[in-house]
Design a protein around this ligand. Structure first.
Ligand SMILES: Nc1ncnc2c1ncn2[C@@H]1O[C@H](COP(=O)(O)OP(=O)(O)OP(=O)(O)O)[C@@H](O)[C@H]1O
Length: 244
């Protein structure tokens, strides 16, 4: 399968601390890859490096054959940050239309369509400052997807959403992927991990699994992904060299 993202020997320090320690992985095109790991393990840092907004100490990150952050990639990569990044003094619709105006190919209709896709059609005319936390996160998601990016980097996109909305959002991610997009999504929710094509599990800035959900279950000897990750993390903590 064609590779969308190639990460090679990536070393990153944040503040005085080294956060990623020579991490390497390849993310296939047209797939949903889940990025999992304990809080503080380096998921956001890796995503920032892929988007090209993170200072890198050594190693390389290539996206669609270009160095991460290259100007040629800007319209092709959508990034949903963990903290919603929309304007509080604009309505949901105004935010989406403003972000659409920054893309050469995105129209007002694309903006309105994205607002509907994230389940905010009824709140489209509402100021972002008056939205609930979950609604605000979805407004931010609408702005990340409206440019129909080839690569979507989603940092915990379903936090604060109810189960019905989470299911709808995941169906939408799958539709985007079926239409050719590559998606990298971080999550702490294991039923979401089971909906990914591949999983990357990082702990303390190193990769401890890079495989399919079924392979992760088989390697850990349990059908329960929650338990599987705990098993892998504990096995790695006991004998770091033996877990790939
Ligand atoms: N701006 C910063 N300055 C210094 N250290 C930072 C900064 N941002 C993050 N870190 C540290 O880098 C490490 C990795 O953080 P990162 O945000 O990548 O983790 P994460 O896996 O995304 O966590 P979470 O699941 O809680 O979002 C953590 O130890 C964090 O404290």
């Amino acid at each position: 399968m064609e590779t969308a993202i190639e990460v090679s020997d990536l070393v990153i320090a944040r503040g005085k601390r080294r956060v990623l320690h020579g991490l390497s992985c390849a993310i296939p095109r047209g797939s949903i890859t889940g990025l999992l790991g304990p809080s503080g393990s380096g998921k956001t840092t890796l995503m920032r490096a892929i988007v090209g907004v993170q200072k890198v100490e050594s190693g390389t990150v290539t996206v669609f054959g270009e160095p991460a952050g290259n100007a040629a990639l800007r319209a092709r990569v959508g990034y949903l940050t963990q903290a919603p990044s929309v304007y509080a003094d604009l309505t949901v619709r105004e935010n989406a239309r403003y972000f659409a105006s920054l893309y050469a190919d995105a129209t007002k209709a694309d903006a309105d369509d994205a607002v509907e896709k994230v389940g905010l059609a009824d709140a489209a005319g509402q100021l972002v400052s008056t939205l609930s936390g979950g609604q605000r996160a979805r407004a931010s998601l609408a702005c990340a997807i409206l440019g129909k990016p080839d690569l979507l980097i989603l940092d915990e996109p379903t936090v604060g959403q109810d189960p019905v909305l989470r299911d709808e959002l995941w169906q939408h991610f799958r539709d985007l992927c079926d239409a050719g997009a590559t998606i990298l999504v971080s999550s702490h929710v294991m039923d979401e991990a089971g909906r990914c094509d591949r999983l990357l599990l990082i702990r303390d800035g190193g990769l401890i699994a890079d495989s399919t959900p079924d392979e992760v279950r088989a390697a850990a000897g349990t059908d329960d992904l929650d338990r599987a990750f705990l098993n892998l993390i504990r096995a790695q903590a006991q004998s770091p060299a033996e877990v790939a």
